[in-house]
Design a protein around this ligand. Structure first.
Ligand SMILES: C[S@@+](CC[C@H](N)C(=O)[O-])C[C@H]1O[C@@H](n2cnc3c(N)ncnc32)[C@H](O)[C@@H]1O
Length: 312
């Protein structure tokens, strides 16, 4: 089988130089999709002016899904309080662009190296942000992080906030409702768990055990990316917290997962990344999907033609 992996693109200095000429946009620039109006900016989420530039007209988006770099701000390691302060700037920039009735999801990283555990600081920071806390979701990773001297870290936290009264549509897993024995009286009649539900499968709660973490053998894998979220997780959020045709924000595009999920779900996506290479990958992932129906490159990579690994 053909296999064309790439190293982590944020750290591969020589390869970054080689790929730079193929990046369509550089710092401060925005690419606009001519067919669906998606936008990808090479911009900084912590700059109010750059966020405004991407989100014109303001107030159109009803959902933001942010997956910020974890423990690094502008590529420097910081403490939890500094990190939460930086994230507040991103949240304020987002608040300025969202509709009055809107949802905000924040992914928090999984790794606990160097005692970095900013969840309390982030939850406190959000208290007076204008958003109401609705849930703390845990997604179970299959692969763990950490040493033999601690509990392996397999959880990925996702904070869910709203303001106003935005849409929420329950989502269902593929897990069949098998467990019997949960009786409840409904309209005077005692009914079994499996008989009284509206669906054959279990409704997604705030612990997600049914989503496969991305790894190299999956179609959606994007080689060169190191923090790619499962497409299924972003699709679940989009289906729950937005309606068809609405606009979704993601200020940390990376592998372009939110853009792709929005495309599949019939939403418009406004997204950005500080790094021109990840902006290019985001645009290519959308084009690749439209051309081939594939959600990623599995064993190949977004630049395999330019790198002479496969024929153009
Ligand atoms: C954790 S990844 C996002 C992963 C993404 N959800 C996915 O599924 O592919 C974080 C991304 O944020 C980008 N980034 C870091 N600092 C940024 C900033 N100030 N503004 C915008 N993007 C930034 C990084 O280049 C990286 O690609």
């Amino acid at each position: 089988m053909e296999n064309h992996p790439l190293p982590r693109l944020d750290q591969a200095t020589a390869l970054r130089r080689q790929l730079a000429p193929w990046c369509r946009i550089g710092p401060g620039e925005i690419w606009e999709d001519p067919s669906s109006g998606h936008r990808v900016g090479c911009l900084r989420a912590d700059s109010a002016a750059e966020v405004q530039e991407l989100c014109r007209p303001a107030g159109a988006a009803t959902l933001a899904i942010h997956d910020p770099p974890y423990n690094f701000i502008a590529f420097q390691r910081r403490g939890a309080a500094d990190y939460a302060g930086w994230l507040r700037t991103v949240v304020d920039n987002t608040a300025a662009e969202l509709a009055a009735e809107a949802s905000l999801y924040l992914w928090i990283g999984a790794d606990q190296n160097n005692g970095f555990a900013p969840l309390p600081e982030i939850m406190m920071m959000m208290r007076d942000s204008g958003f109401r806390s609705r849930s703390l979701i845990t997604m179970r990773n299959q692969r763990g992080y950490g040493t033999q001297r601690n509990w392996m870290s397999v959880r990925q936290e996702l904070l869910y906030y709203t303001r106003g009264n935005p849409v929420f549509q329950p989502q269902y897993t593929d897990i069949p409702k098998k467990v019997k024995g949960y009786y409840k009286q409904v309209a005077g009649e005692v009914r079994e768990n499996t008989a009284r539900g509206r669906a054959e499968t279990i409704r997604a709660g705030n612990v997600w055990v049914d989503i496969q973490q991305v790894f190299y053998r999956m179609e959606e894998n994007v080689n060169g990316c190191f923090a790619q979220k499962p497409l299924r997780s972003i699709r679940r959020i989009i289906e729950a917290s937005s309606r068809s045709g609405e606009t979704v924000l993601d200020f940390f595009a990376h592998a372009g997962t939110t853009l792709l999920a929005a495309e599949i779900g019939g939403r418009r996506c406004l997204t950005m990344d500080i790094d021109p290479l990840f902006c290019e990958i985001t645009i290519r992932r959308l084009e690749h999907f439209r051309r081939t129906g594939r959600t990623g490159w599995q064993n190949s990579n977004p630049f395999a033609v330019e790198l002479g690994q496969i024929a153009g």
